[in-house]
Design a protein around this ligand. Structure first.
Ligand SMILES: N[C@@H](CCC(=O)N[C@@H](CS)C(=O)NCC(=O)O)C(=O)O
Length: 206
């Protein structure tokens, strides 16, 4: 059995979308990060960095229970376990891993900082808003260029798209009009129409 510890955030929803897409059975445990559930000792025991998402596989490597943090690593683990959503072709497989890393190192952290300074910061910090808005716009430009020539980030729908989608879904938070990035919009609309994505985006139910 797979146990997903998660909250209503893009990093959490990457994993619930992946689980819905693969059809692997899983149980959901809501970790309310607004109420500091992530710092409770029982959660820290499975998440060294006190962040969601965490996946616990009771039938992990060697048949032993295994706990994982870091959403990108969890997506690779689930692709391996299900033999789905990481292309078979070597070239496309590495394309998917490249674009997964682009999300993990770029889209996630930069959009996250943009959200913080646009929505959460206790005082206006114009330098930070400008810096992260510019970087967010640059990243949209890179995605739009890629998707102009490829239906999905690695041609086949893969964990790279699953990782990126929930961050783009917060386009209103980072003040982006997807019409300005028509190829991202085409990709976003196609993924939004997938029933598994719609189900994954509702996890956890709160
Ligand atoms: N690189 C990590 C980032 C995880 C992360 O930042 N999780 C956030 C929610 S999206 C969190 O748990 N925040 C709680 C906190 O920072 O205290 C991943 O991709 O899993």
């Amino acid at each position: 059995m797979l146990d997903l510890y998660t909250w209503t955030t893009p990093n959490g929803r990457k994993v619930s979308i992946m689980l819905e897409e693969t059809g692997l059975p899983y149980r959901v445990h809501a970790i309310n990060i607004g109420q500091n559930d992530q710092f409770k000792p029982e959660f820290v025991a499975i998440s060294a960095s006190s962040k969601i998402p965490v996946l616990v596989d009771t039938d992990g490597p060697g048949g032993e229970p295994y706990a994982m943090m870091e959403s990108g690593a969890i997506l690779i683990y689930l692709a391996h376990k299900s033999a789905k959503l990481l292309p078979q072709s070597e070239r496309l497989r590495f394309d998917a891993l490249q674009w997964l890393m682009f999300q993990m190192g770029g889209v996630g952290p930069m959009f996250g900082q943009a959200h913080h300074f646009l929505r959460v910061a206790k005082e206006p910090v114009p330098y930070a808003v400008d810096r992260y808005t510019r970087e967010k716009d640059r990243l949209y430009g890179v995605l739009d260029q890629r998707l102009a020539a490829h239906e999905y980030l690695a041609d086949e729908y893969s964990i790279a798209d699953i990782a990126t989608y929930p961050w783009v879904a917060r386009f209103e938070w980072h003040k982006t009009d997807l019409a300005d990035h028509p190829h991202v919009k085409r990709w976003f609309d196609a993924i939004s129409a997938r029933p598994a994505v719609q189900r994954g985006m509702l996890v956890p139910a709160v």
